[in-house]
Design a protein around this ligand. Structure first.
Ligand SMILES: Nc1ncnc2c1ncn2[C@@H]1O[C@H](COP(=O)(O)OP(=O)(O)OP(=O)(O)O)[C@@H](O)[C@H]1O
Length: 649
């Protein structure tokens, strides 16, 4: 429906207006239902309040923790959300809507909201003992109450940690872990050593870095140092390792066990470093039927240190619950790649915490302390007003996986910088580890055949009836990724077309039953089976010839289930980039849709590219690659301002 017409027709009725927005896809049914129920219950009829509540709820669905009224005032809603219409027309429409709702400026908008019984201020919240109201207006930011609380929980925790006194760190253990070697010592700073020294000194720290920058190697050294220090004092550290998904937990387990073997410490220290990582849900004691975790403020985790990997995937509510369940004395170490896609659910905690990490050098006193401890020439912030959070952040800057000759490394860097010229240049440069295919209309069959070739080795392994470990390894060598779920290049259609192709080639005998080699991904957690959303299962006969679906467990063993026992799953010859987070493959083919889509952003492409270890193929047109490189995801929250507002300009 045309938006001008919509507003003219519906100016007198907020319900009609909001219903119209729902039809246009700006609101979800749940947003509308939520605000209608509340309005009815409290007797609120003002359009300005109802619009704000519905928008706040809708934007949460888009990953935003809050809405910023002054930003929204200047943003064309339709361009912002549904990409329809010209910017000018959308902005006119949006401003007209707000004016019809009696709003003339963001300030006036805030005043109207402040008068509503649906909205309260942070002050009223802190002063009153009465039940909270559904929304909170903090400055020009409007939150749903629960999300305001989550954000405050994280901020309160950080405020305490950032002012805590540092721990003493053993210089000799640090030197043992990072022996100075004249041949390896260049003019560059050893950021891994700095990261260990920094995180060992603090109760809270973030270590961020791109693929292969040695995040796991670094934290394993950090754990070794802390375990050895505790041992010197006759104590034992209780360490927890966790990640947001089962797959990421399994990778962390594997990487820590490999990195441990290279430590220059005796076996006793190595044995005291745990390897087994669990999902955050399992760590907190997920009770799938209940909203609260088993571990919380009243029943904290029995840990002295918690390390969480792949934090880019952790949403704000989960981070708040982890913090709530941490004992006050416990250290928290967050690990991840800040440039990857944010969590599926609302928030971008790692992105917000490490917002300006590239420039976040330490304050002079802290830089001096770290320089003395590490013997590295650490430059301090020039500005004495540096934000407190910068003390807790270390960025690992050197990739040990991709050499300077690596196309994948170069492409990932260009994508991250949003530099479309460099992206196109690297794709065109003929790097041996990069390939670029530009799909053309009418060539889909040939494209599917080419994409399917990547699975030749897998089908050979299925025919050879190799054991499940070997089959799993071959399957993990190659993965097709899609940017979207629906449409011609969406994951559903691509999977169906790949399976059809395999059927035509005689690799699958019957598409309608389970077959050896069928590959599935779970789309729901299954507590009873001990399996999680994102776990991959491969179909293979057991010793008695019965087909089972085999899943790898976090300890590397396999469990084979009858297909009838599986809950919700889908085929996984192709998966979405979102689902691939936390996994890596030797070879990756990333398939972009033919048409522009708001989901095509540099974060999505960067995440897809960095899933590849040895070879990466991009399927997408020049114009789409360019547009995606220049689009970035922005998620609203109050964290960046609260943590970084004193940053030097
Ligand atoms: N300082 C170093 N010197 C040489 N090689 C290193 C160094 N640090 C790490 N590596 C090697 O680089 C590889 C990647 O290291 P690691 O797995 O720790 O990185 P990561 O950042 O955790 O990787 P991922 O992207 O998989 O999360 C490993 O083979 C590791 O042994």
């Amino acid at each position: 429906m045309d938006s001008f017409k919509l507003i003219n027709e519906a100016a007198n009725s907020s319900n009609d207006l909001l219903l119209g927005w729902q039809q246009e896809g700006l609101l979800r049914a749940v947003d509308l239902h939520w605000i209608e129920q509340l309005a009815c219950h409290i007797g609120e009829t003002r359009l300005a309040v109802l619009i704000s509540g519905a928008l706040c709820s809708a934007q949460l669905g888009e990953g935003h923790i809050c809405i910023d009224l002054s930003h929204i005032w200047e943003t064309p809603l339709l361009d912002d959300v549904s990409q329809q219409g010209s910017r000018e027309k959308s902005l006119d429409t949006w401003q007209l809507t707000l004016k019809n709702a009696g709003i003339r400026s963001p300030q006036q908008w805030c005043e109207i909201l402040s008068e509503s019984r649906l909205v309260c201020s942070p002050q009223t919240l802190s002063e009153s003992a009465i039940a909270p109201c559904p929304m909170v207006l903090s400055g020009t930011r409007l939150y749903l109450f629960r999300y305001y609380q989550y954000e405050q929980q994280v901020l309160n925790y950080l405020t305490q940690q950032l002012s805590a006194s540092p721990y003493v760190v053993s210089e000799s253990l640090l030197t043992q872990l990072f022996p100075a070697s004249p041949s390896t010592k260049t003019e560059h700073i050893d950021w891994q050593k700095v990261a260990v020294a920094n995180a060992a000194s603090l109760p809270f720290s973030v270590i961020s870095g791109g693929p292969g920058t040695g995040k796991t190697t670094t934290v394993t050294k950090l754990l070794a140092l802390l375990v050895a220090q505790a041992k010197e004092q006759g104590e034992a550290l209780r360490i927890g390792l966790a990640a947001p998904t089962g797959k990421a937990a399994a990778r962390l387990t594997e990487s820590i066990s490999q990195a441990k073997s290279k430590l220059p410490f005796d076996d006793e220290i190595k044995h005291s470093i745990p390897e087994k990582a669990s999902t955050l849900h399992r760590l907190l004691g997920s009770d799938f039927g209940r909203s609260r975790f088993k571990h919380n403020k009243e029943n904290p985790l029995h840990l002295d240190l918690l390390l969480i990997d792949e934090v880019s995937m952790v949403d704000l509510p989960m981070m708040a619950k982890v913090i709530e369940a941490l004992p006050t004395h416990a250290r928290l170490i967050l690990l991840g790649d800040k440039d990857q896609l944010s969590s599926v659910e609302a928030g971008s905690v790692l992105g917000d915490l490490s917002y300006d990490i590239e420039n976040a050098y330490f304050l002079p006193q802290w830089a001096e302390y770290l320089s003395t401890l590490t013997q590295e020439a650490i430059l301090p912030f020039a500005n004495a007003n540096a934000p407190a959070i910068s003390r807790s952040l270390t960025l690992l800057r050197t990739s040990y996986r991709f050499s300077s000759e690596s196309g994948i490394g170069y492409l990932a860097k260009a994508m991250n910088a949003g530099d479309d010229r460099a992206v196109i240049q690297s794709l065109d440069a003929g790097y041996p580890d990069l390939e670029w295919c530009q799909p053309k209309v009418g060539q889909k069959k040939a494209d599917i055949a080419r994409l399917a070739q990547g699975y030749d080795e897998y089908w050979q392994a299925v025919r050879d009836n190799v054991d499940i470990e070997a089959l799993y390894e071959v399957f993990s060598n190659y993965q097709i990724l899609t940017a979207v779920r629906q449409g011609e290049f969406g994951v559903e259609k691509i999977n169906a077309q790949l399976e059809h192709y395999f059927y035509q080639r005689g690799r699958i005998q019957d598409l309608h039953v389970w077959y050896p080699g069928k590959a599935v991904i779970l789309t729901r957690n299954d507590a009873a089976l001990g399996l999680f959303n994102g776990d991959i299962g491969l179909c293979k006969a057991d010793d008695s010839g019965r087909l089972r679906v085999w899943f790898m467990l976090p300890d590397g063993s396999f469990t084979g289930l009858l297909p009838s026992r599986l809950g919700q799953f889908e085929s996984v010859f192709a998966m979405t980039v979102h689902k691939s987070q936390g996994s890596e493959f030797e070879r990756v083919a990333l398939l972009l849709p033919m048409q522009p889509s708001p989901v095509l952003t540099k974060e999505l492409l960067y995440t897809g590219i960095t899933r590849a270890k040895q070879h990466f193929t991009l399927w997408g047109s020049v114009s789409l690659v360019r547009t995606a490189t220049q689009s970035r995801i922005e998620r609203y929250s109050g964290l960046i301002d609260a943590l970084w507002n004193d940053r030097p300009t």
